[in-house]
Design a protein around this ligand. Structure first.
Ligand SMILES: Cc1cc2nc3c(=O)[nH]c(=O)nc-3n(C[C@H](O)[C@H](O)[C@H](O)COP(=O)(O)OP(=O)(O)OC[C@H]3O[C@@H](n4cnc5c(N)ncnc54)[C@H](O)[C@@H]3O)c2cc1C
Length: 409
């Protein structure tokens, strides 16, 4: 295997999902990574409830010497979603991806556990992750390299810088001060866990309800814990201070009001949840025009945040990481490697963002659109579930990365 860039040093900004996975992939490609994460070890872990890592994301992780194993160990298999209307009408069932050759299917995992799994696996492989390092600026060096400057006054130099710093990326603004801001989707996000309600459901099966006033979803873990989320609509993006000031009691009251007219278990589940709840706004990034400049590039949510409705944000970040490592392995010229990466990734990730945006919009439908949606959805879901059809979801889930295939300029 040609490892043209053996001596290169990569500065990776962000220790979320894309950061540690990129570091592991680069290590495999013969490039030396260091990850710089803004928060201390425990921060970030409390944010968000749970997510799915789809088969395409798991397969990409597997490429880097079985890095999917800790993720599988921390999550549980999730094969299907059952959709219902607020009246309780069954709208259809869709698989969340197929089955990999070794029998692996899409997994559901607590967000904190996913972060911990990829972080700890990277550290176990000897990768250096520095915490408390918030990037504030970066500039190219005359020799083609790059210098990063952190909030604590320290600096770091490398041959290239990879911005894996999430949807509110500082790297994105450094690469292009005119880069677009994240787009608010009109929905909020809130989720939790409870063992205090009893539900007779197959573990791992998702039950999602297009309620009259809001969208609700839940699944039951193999240990019997109910994992749930809701998307309360709001025409207005809630200010950070407003979100922080909203108490758990206020969130519960709002959610119970939203779901009380629906034929679902949402109200029981929300009432049974005893831990603190924190709501967030939901965003996506449809198209970021400039992904790279000089020796700096964006990956993951920094380049193309998909709405959580797609269930693919983590998987896209993982795919990005592995593809970028292949490009840097095979193309010694950093610009050529970045251009090849963009060529290989842009169309796919923008298609996933558009797919997620469409699904998000259907969650916030008004009364007329709701009737149409509930009429049309059974047909659409049936088609999506059929493999081989042009409108099936195979394009999304059947994406596989061949690590050994050489990337051409
Ligand atoms: C509620 C919710 C539900 C979701 N559900 C799903 C789902 O079901 N399936 C799915 O695949 N995806 C889901 N997602 C999306 C998924 O979490 C993201 O797409 C994924 O985390 C992107 O990974 P990333 O590494 O690019 O960014 P992040 O995970 O956001 O990581 C970025 C990291 O960079 C750090 N950072 C930020 N700024 C700086 C800086 N200046 N300097 C240094 N470090 C910095 C941050 O602290 C963070 O650790 C969901 C997201 C949310 C919010």
């Amino acid at each position: 295997m040609n490892q043209a860039s053996t001596s290169k040093k990569a500065l990776i900004i962000g220790g979320g999902i894309a950061g540690p996975v990129t570091a592991m992939a680069l290590e495999r490609a013969g490039i030396s990574p260091i990850v710089y994460e803004a928060y201390d070890e425990s921060a970030g872990l409390a944010v968000g409830a749970f997510l799915t890592v789809a088969v395409n994301g798991l397969d990409a992780l597997r490429v880097i010497d079985g890095a999917h194993q800790p993720v599988l160990a921390a999550g549980f298999p999730s094969r299907n979603i059952e959709f219902f209307s607020g009246t309780g009408k069954h709208l259809g069932s869709v698989p969340i991806g197929g089955t990999l050759s070794d029998g692996t299917v899409t997994h559901t995992i607590k967000r904190a556990d996913l972060y911990r799994a990829v972080h700890d696996e990277a550290v176990r492989r000897g990768i250096r992750i520095e915490h408390g390092k918030r990037l504030v600026d970066a500039e190219g060096r005359p020799d083609g390299g790059v210098v990063a400057r952190f909030e604590d006054g320290t600096r770091a130099g490398g041959d290239l810088l990879i911005g894996a710093d999430g949807i509110h990326s500082a790297t994105r603004r450094i690469i292009d001060p005119d880069a677009p801001e994240p787009r608010y989707t009109g929905l909020g996000n809130i989720g939790g866990f409870t063992r205090n309600a009893s539900i007779d459901a197959e573990p791992g099966l998702y039950n999602m309800v297009f309620g009259k006033r809001a969208f609700f979803g839940y699944t039951v873990s193999p240990s019997g814990e109910i994992w749930w989320f809701a998307n309360p609509p709001s025409a207005r993006e809630l200010a950070r201070a407003e979100l922080a000031a909203t108490t758990t009691g206020q969130w519960k009251q709002r959610l119970i009001e939203l779901f009380s007219g629906d034929a679902t278990l949402a109200v029981d589940i929300i009432r049974a949840t005893t831990h603190e709840l924190a709501g967030t706004n939901q965003y996506d990034m449809p198209s970021v025009p400039t992904w790279h400049k000089g020796s700096m590039i964006l990956i993951g949510d920094a380049a193309h945040a998909v709405s959580p409705a797609s269930g693919q944000g983590a998987s896209m970040a993982i795919e990005d990481a592995v593809v970028l490592a292949r490009c840097l392995r095979d193309l010694d010229d950093t610009y050529e490697a970045f251009a090849a990466y963009e060529r290989l990734r842009r169309e796919r990730v923008e298609r996933v963002v558009a797919h997620g945006a469409k699904f998000s919009a259907s969650k916030a439908a008004g009364p007329v659109a709701r009737v149409l949606r509930d009429l049309m959805l059974p047909r659409i879901l049936k088609h999506q579930a059929n493999s081989g059809r042009s409108d099936s979801m195979e394009w999304l889930f059947n994406y596989r990365i061949d690590w050994d295939e050489k990337v051409a300029a």
